[in-house]
Structure formats: C-alpha cells, structure tokens
Ligand binder design. Structure first.
Ligand code: ADP
Length: 163
C-alpha cells in the first residue's frame, strides 16, 4: 500500500490545494493531509477550523484522511509510515525553497521521498495569503476557493471586525 502525506498550513484551503489533493490521491492508496499546528505565522483559522474546511471540500474523495501535526514533518512521516510527501510547485520561487526542504527531509528520513506536482495553470497564482487579502476587503474570492467554504471565510473576517 502506498501512502502519501500532503502537508501544509491550508489557511484556508484553496482551489490550488484541492487540485493537488485530487491529483495526488489518484496516485496514492491513501493520502493523508497533514495540517500544520505550530506554524510560525499566526493563522487566520485555528487548526480545528482548517481541518473542518478541508473536510468540507474533500468529502467526495474516498482515500483521504485529514490529520494535524506539529514538530518535524519527517517525524510525522515516520509515525504514519508514509512512502512519499506531496508538495505543489507554482513557480521558480517555490522551487528554491522546496528543493532545500525535500533534500533535508530525505537526508533525515531516507525512506521517504518528495513528489512534486506542478500547479494546473489556472491556479498558478492562487495562494492562501492572496485569498485572505482579498476576503479581508470583502472582495470576490469565488475563483480561488471552493464555493462551499466561501461564506466561512467571509464570516471569519466579519467576526474579527465585530470583536
Ligand atoms: P505551507 O505553509 O507549508 O507553504 P500551504 O498551505 O501554503 O502551506 O501550501 C501547501 C502546499 O501546497 C505547498 O506545497 C504549496 O506549494 C502548495 N500550493 C499552495 N497553493 C498552490 C497552488 N495554487 N497550486 C499548487 N500548489 C499549491
């Protein structure tokens, strides 16, 4: 059985992430989506909320499991006995950072390899930070995130301004 881990912050999940999830799940017996807890950035959504949003958008994909992790990705990969890690590449700027991480992870845990998926062209500029920026001003995010989570994102900003 081949098990992959797709790690990330997913703050929030975007159509770009979902595209990678769908494509990577087809190549895996099981794909574990690893939601990072202790990100150095202060996230917009709590880890529990990010998991809920991921559950909403991946409900129709059978071989997916969503877990949270903190600490080193290689430790999570070891614990899961994963065969490979999945990362998405949008542009050369992603590549420089990602190759360093992939080589480090392979050095620390040689049993796991990193598989890169190049982004589908229509999502190449989509990022969670772009979605957050647009939504914070009430702009239209329908081209960037699945429809079923749009209201959750707008609600989050509404609540923030009320607090
Ligand atoms: P991180 O904080 O670890 O970068 P993200 O949630 O931003 O987490 O991204 C997780 C993974 O998804 C990364 O490999 C990133 O390159 C990839 N990714 C993000 N947005 C896209 C996109 N639009 N198309 C393809 N891959 C993407």
């Amino acid at each position: 059985m081949k098990k992959g881990i797709y790690p990330g912050s997913f703050d929030p999940v975007t159509l770009g992430h979902l595209d990678i999830i769908k494509r990577a799940s087809k190549l895996s017996d099981e794909l574990v989506i690893g939601v990072l807890k202790n990100s150095s950035k202060t996230p917009l959504f709590t880890v529990e909320e990010r998991v809920e949003l991921l559950k909403k958008v991946t409900g129709d994909i059978p071989n997916i499991r969503i877990e949270t992790y903190d600490g080193l990705l290689v430790d999570f990969a070891r614990q899961e006995k994963a065969d490979f890690l999945v990362r998405g590449l949008r542009a050369v700027t992603d590549f420089e950072y990602e190759i360093q991480i992939a080589q480090t992870n392979h050095k620390m845990y040689p049993d796991v390899d990193t598989i890169f998926f190049t982004t589908s062209i229509e999502y190449s500029f989509v990022s969670s930070s772009l979605v957050r920026e647009i939504a914070s001003y009430g702009g239209d995010i329908s081209a960037f995130v699945p429809k079923c989570i749009m209201s959750d994102i707008y609600e989050k900003y509404k609540k923030r301004t009320e607090d």
